[in-house]
Design a protein around this ligand. Structure first.
Ligand SMILES: Nc1ncnc2c1ncn2[C@@H]1O[C@H](COP(=O)(O)OP(=O)(O)OP(=O)(O)O)[C@@H](O)[C@H]1O
Ligand SMILES: [Mg+2]
Length: 306
């Protein structure tokens, strides 16, 4: 049903001796907003630079609409629009004149197309203002307009909400979704902040230390949320030591006065039995949904309270 636009296959990148991208594979479909999430230094920008041809792939392949970027670079790169780091705009020109300027660098960008992209990013009222008078959010949106002039099938935005206030972030989010829906473009948005990416993406790919951690469907509750069990008991450290030794217990952590435990539900009676055999006094035991944010921090090994 959905058409695959971008595919990475076992992509590796070395910088000197450092292995910064490790066997990364994923694919992105037309019309979807794909979140590329990871902590600072995870390898988001490095991956994006390879996709847009700013850096070479050390090994593995990247395909855009089925064409290997190593073999058909000139042809394939026309299918890509991107903002890596900051959009390059001329502050002394109006938004409109910036678009006219960049339109000249592409074939077949009509005046109608310029008006269309202006409307798509919500800049109709401000398009004749000088860019130096633009807010950061407006500049970011103009940057997006420039990058889609040539109707790319993939749009890549590296941390598009960096530095924006909550209102600016909300606007960008709206326009990014709008683009994916109206133009059918596959949008890849990188971020180190889960909260904002969760709200605009269809799927989220988490990377850490250059490696894929997981790809999750945001709207699929079963993949995003998972259950954990909460135990209130004393002595809590003794309970944890016991549980760590049980092979069916996948994870334990002490949070405040409770033990958070991951295990298959069918094993719960067995675990309770083991705890009572060890004379651990149990006061409460219940099941709780783990949200994406908590799972994200679990996956990247950070601290959600940081
Ligand atoms: N030129 C280089 N030489 C050696 N290592 C590099 C070089 N450029 C990047 N790296 C390393 O590659 C890793 C990934 O960096 P990258 O900039 O891709 O991460 P990122 O996910 O974009 O992080 P951020 O959220 O901070 O933008 C980091 O550990 C970084 O130190
Ligand atoms: Mg980066």
């Amino acid at each position: 049903m959905s058409r695959e636009v971008l595919r990475l296959e076992n992509v590796n990148k070395y910088k000197g001796k450092a292995h910064i991208i490790k066997d990364l594979s994923f694919s992105v479909n037309a019309g979807e907003v794909f979140g590329f999430l990871g902590p600072n230094g995870a390898g988001k920008t490095s991956t994006i630079r390879m996709i847009v041809g700013l850096n070479k792939v050390s090994s593995g392949s990247i395909y855009i609409n089925g064409h290997d970027i190593k073999k058909d670079f000139k042809k394939v790169i026309k299918e890509v629009g991107a903002i890596v780091e900051n959009p390059e705009l001329y502050p002394f020109l109006s938004g409109y004149d910036n678009l006219v300027h960049f339109a000249k660098m592409n074939d077949n960008v009509s005046k109608e197309r310029i008006d269309e992209v202006v409307a798509l990013v919500g800049l109709t009222d401000a398009i004749h203002m000088k860019v130096r008078q633009y807010s950061l959010g407006m500049r970011q949106r103009l940057g997006i307009a420039v990058s889609i002039l040539h109707r790319p099938s993939v749009l890549i935005l590296d941390e598009p909400t960096n530095g924006l206030d909550p209102a600016g972030i909300k606007e960008i989010r709206h326009y990014i979704r709008n683009l994916a829906e109206k133009e059918g473009v596959a949008v890849i948005v990188s971020s180190h902040l889960l909260g904002e990416i969760e709200m605009m993406c269809d799927r989220i790919c988490v990377i850490k230390d250059g490696q894929l951690v997981t790809i999750q469907d945001v709207n699929d509750a079963t993949s995003v949320e998972q259950y954990q069990f909460i135990l209130k008991a004393t002595p809590l450290d003794k309970a944890q030591q016991l549980l760590i030794q049980l092979d069916y217990v996948e994870h334990t952590s002490i949070v405040d006065d409770a033990l958070h435990i991951k295990l298959p539900e069918v094993k719960v009676p067995e675990m309770i039995h083991a705890l009572s055999q060890a004379q651990i006094a149990m006061y409460a035991f219940y099941r709780e949904k783990v949200n994406l944010e908590a799972r994200f921090f679990e996956m990247i090994g950070g601290d959600s309270n940081a």
